[in-house]
Design a protein around this ligand. Structure first.
Ligand code: 3H9
Length: 697
């Protein structure tokens, strides 16, 4: 059945697109739309045309899946031009979100009406693209170059009212029946005739607008390919006639579409949506009602989790066994709300209303009516087991008992209760109110219902939950060990901390590993290593980090760590004392220091990650390679435009990665560089991690 229908309503043609879930402009939709437009325009009885969508939204853009395939006519720019060329007025009737190619179709129409709840945007930049169907030339003609730049460079949609104020739409429809209102509007436009956006002038702009934009993106969009090209297109819209501007846009769009960055960002888009697909869990899986969430432990993490839950609308009880700790946690939550007020995210009234849902106590019995308890106490197995034993006694049947452990065995924690089916790991990342990632750790007895409820909870919190298996460090922190290990070895072998950090930052990581260590606190990793009995018996292993922690140099919080920090500053400054200490230690360990290249730093740190990721995948701890990518992009500052470590490995080629890992095994020993079985298997077959995901699903 064709996804696009043409109906005649008196003298107005109603073109309806019905292509769930989001009416993306697939080949079939493009064909249907083009043919309906041509038929309507050729019909002498038709005096106006309305384009509308069924389902939950107006067109959400080009069909992103098709970018990886050869393009097929009719192409979107031609459809937009064809709509514009209609002799009778064409009206777009918008509900939900008009995004990307969807908004370009709407801007090809002569008029636009929208429900008040609608949103409009050009989010292509988030996929490493630019609007490629005349959006960069039409939007400045409607809203001015400055606002057009803001919309395209942020990729964020604007609400209907802002679109009306700016001239992007012509009317907000206040009735529920969008089709009727749009047909009325179209009838009223018959006398006015078409209004062609391409014929509008672009309003004059301040001379420095484009220079300022370039300076802005240099920092905000570090290393990204499409933002500069977006600026160029908008600049051209102020200099060239419409058709020439479109031609330039087309060329620049193709450059973006074919860039590895766009492939990485598109991969990340689908990877973040794939995480919700868990074998054995579907729509039929029962989900438990969560109204009251208890957070146990009022430290920074506990307070951040409580704050997130309050904002998501839950009743929250914060519990700590220490009165001062509880007061500190309460103060932290207040501070977070005040920060929200200062940034205009929440009003004072709303904050007061929200905070009313928070209760505090030191009494476990107060948890008896909680639907979900999230434990965020000290990362120590004995303490966690004691806490879960108590929870088992006081919590109601059916309550979910979650641990925010970042490394520990969830099955061992569950064994402290008589209800292991209700126990799960919910690993929030710090700062919990900002970081989007939650690793959802399923124990061997965790029920499907508890996993499904946890997934729903993460969505309600506005976060991304990735379900992983149980092993030390799960996916993220287990991989972090290999990354950190290579960083530490490189320090002893001759690369100063600032060199390693610069190389990895320039490669795209949000921060270098040594700056991250100082931010997280070197004492944290130190304590975690002290608790482990399974670490290599190797004096070089995390040697520098251990020495700094033993000297009380914990990082930013003590003003000194791998770097020095001026009072009140977070800016790391290299410390010659640290360099002397590292060099001395290299000598003591008999390590010959040498110059280390950029390539070696990248390969050892990133390939170390990939090899461990492959091992995790082979063991079934992660369901998909793309889940690992989602974890590293959202939890560890891995550059999104590289698609995550496993996608990046695919771009390098697994054969190449495997070869280098084997070479590192020769140079640095099998203890750290034994290639993962799955890496070897895929490399031997000439396959990729993406092939693995396809086979597994
Ligand atoms: C573009 O338009 C380029 C043009 O300028 C030039 C062309 C020449 N294509 O997010 P959800 C799927 S670039 C294919 O969970 P929500 C998605 O994968 C495009 N599939 O729902 C998921 O599938 P599944 C510019 C798409 O309600 C399902 O739909 N447009 C597309 O939370 C539901 O998605 C964009 O960048 C697509 N375009 O949010 C908009 N969009 O169920 C991208 C979605 O199998 N989309 N899917 O996992 C969005 O931002 C959100 O999906 C939207 C709905 C806000 C629409």
């Amino acid at each position: 059945m064709t996804p696009v229908r043409l109906d005649l309503r008196d003298n107005v043609a109603l073109i309806s697109i019905d292509s769930p879930p989001v009416n993306a402009l697939s080949h079939a939709v493009r064909e249907g739309l083009m043919s309906c437009i041509e038929n309507a325009d050729a019909d002498p009885d038709v005096q106006a045309i309305v384009i509308i969508c069924d389902g939950r939204t107006f067109i959400a853009g080009a069909d992103i899946r098709e970018f990886a395939m050869p393009p097929q006519a009719p192409h979107l720019p031609d459809i937009v031009d064809r709509i514009d060329a209609c002799e009778t007025p064409v009206v777009a009737a918008i509900h939900g979100t008009a995004l990307g190619g969807g908004l370009e179709v709407a801007m090809g129409c002569h008029y636009r009406v929208a429900l008040a709840s609608a949103k409009l945007g050009l989010p292509e930049v988030k996929l490493g693209l630019l609007p490629g169907a005349s959006g960069t030339q039409r939007l400045p003609r409607l809203v001015g170059a400055e606002m057009a730049l803001n919309m395209m460079l942020s990729g964020n949609p604007i609400p209907a009212q802002a679109a009306l104020d700016a001239g992007l739409i012509d009317k907000i429809v206040t009735t529920d029946d969008l089709a009727d209102a749009a047909l009325d509007f179209a009838s009223g436009a018959i006398d006015k005739g078409p209004r062609h956006v391409r014929d509008l002038p672009v309003a004059d702009v301040a001379e420095e607008l484009f220079d300022k934009s370039r300076a802005n993106i240099a920092k905000k969009a570090r290393g990204l390919f499409s933002p500069e090209r977006i600026i160029r297109c908008v600049e051209l819209s102020t200099q060239l006639p419409y058709a020439k501007g479109c031609k330039a846009e087309r060329e620049l769009f193709m450059e973006c579409k074919d860039s590895p960055q766009s492939a990485g960002l598109r991969h990340a888009f689908f990877a973040e949506r794939a995480v919700k697909k868990i074998p054995g869990i579907g729509e039929e899986t029962q989900v438990r009602d969560i109204e009251k969430v208890a957070v146990l432990g009022a430290g920074t993490m506990g307070a951040g989790i409580a704050y997130s839950c309050l904002n998501a609308g839950y009743n929250v009880h914060l519990l700590d066994n220490n009165k001062e700790g509880l007061e500190r946690g309460h103060a932290t939550i207040h501070k977070l709300f005040e920060g929200g007020i200062a940034r205009g995210k929440i009003s004072k009234e709303k904050m007061l209303e929200t905070i009313e849902r928070l209760t505090l106590s030191e009494i476990y019995d107060d948890l008896s009516d909680a639907d979900l308890v999230i434990e965020a106490v000290f990362e120590n197995m004995a303490i966690k087991k004691e806490v879960f034993g108590k929870l088992d006694q006081v919590c109601k049947q059916g309550a979910i008992l979650a641990s925010n452990t970042s490394t520990l065995d969830v099955d061992e924690i569950a064994a402290a209760t008589k209800r292991p089916q209700d126990v799960i790991g919910l690993h929030f990342f710090s700062p919990a109110h900002i970081m989007r990632l939650i690793e959802i750790i399923r124990g061997k007895e965790t029920s499907a219902e508890v996993i499904a409820t946890s997934l729903k909870l993460t969505r309600a919190l506005g976060k991304i939950g990735v379900v992983v298996g149980n092993c030390f460090g799960f996916v993220g922190n287990r991989m972090l060990y290999s990354y950190g290990r290579e960083n530490q070895f490189l320090l002893l072998e001759g690369a100063p901390p600032e060199q390693i950090d610069k190389v990895l930052y320039d490669w795209g990581m949000a921060m270098g590993p040594n700056a991250v260590g100082d931010l997280a606190g070197l004492d944290v990793g130190y304590k975690a290593r002290q608790e482990r009995s399974d670490l290599p018996d190797d004096p070089r292993f995390y040697r520098v980090a251990d020495m700094l922690a033993e000297l009380g140099r914990f990082g930013q919080k003590t003003g000194k760590g791998m770097y020095i920090y001026e009072e009140g500053s977070r800016q790391p400054t290299p410390d010659p004392q640290v360099q002397i200490m590292i060099e001395k230690e290299s000598r003591a360990l008999g390590i010959e220091r040498r110059d280390i290249s950029e390539t070696e730093i990248i390969e050892r740190c990133i390939y170390g990650l990939i090899n461990e990721g492959a091992r995790i995948l082979g063991e079934g701890i992660a369901l998909r390679a793309s889940d690992i990518d989602v974890i590293w992009i959202n939890g560890y500052g891995f550059p999104r435009h590289r698609g995550g470590p496993m996608h990046y490995a695919d771009t390098v080629g697994l054969k190449n990665i495997y070869k280098r890992v084997c070479k590192f095994r020769e140079e640095f020993g099998a203890e750290y560089w034994e290639p993962a079985g799955l890496l070897k298997e895929l490399a031997d077959k000439g396959n990729s991690f993406s092939d693995f995901d396809k086979d597994a699903n």
